[in-house]
Design a protein around this ligand. Structure first.
Ligand SMILES: [Zn+2]
Length: 78
């Protein structure tokens, strides 16, 4: 897992309780990633369809979790 740094504003919020990890809808490439990870026990990594959001952006990101990460980030940045 990556350290908790907001994908939108790059705020490092590891010392606060705010924010969290949001898992978005999986793209075909994300399903491939899951399969690859499962076939290699002991391998860990940051899921490409998940990212951290600070307290300020978490709520909005969570509302978009039914979109893929690409679509959600596009909306979050506007
Ligand atoms: Zn943020």
């Amino acid at each position: 897992m990556k350290p908790p740094i907001c994908r939108i504003c790059n705020k490092d919020f590891r010392d606060s309780e705010e924010g969290g990890l949001v898992y978005f809808k999986k793209r075909p490439s994300d399903l491939e990633w899951d399969k690859k990870m499962k076939s290699r026990p002991g391998m860990t990594g940051h899921p490409p369809y998940a990212d951290w959001f600070c307290g300020e952006h978490y709520k909005r990101a969570k509302e978009l979790e039914n979109l893929t990460i690409d679509e959600a980030l596009k909306k979050l940045r506007t």
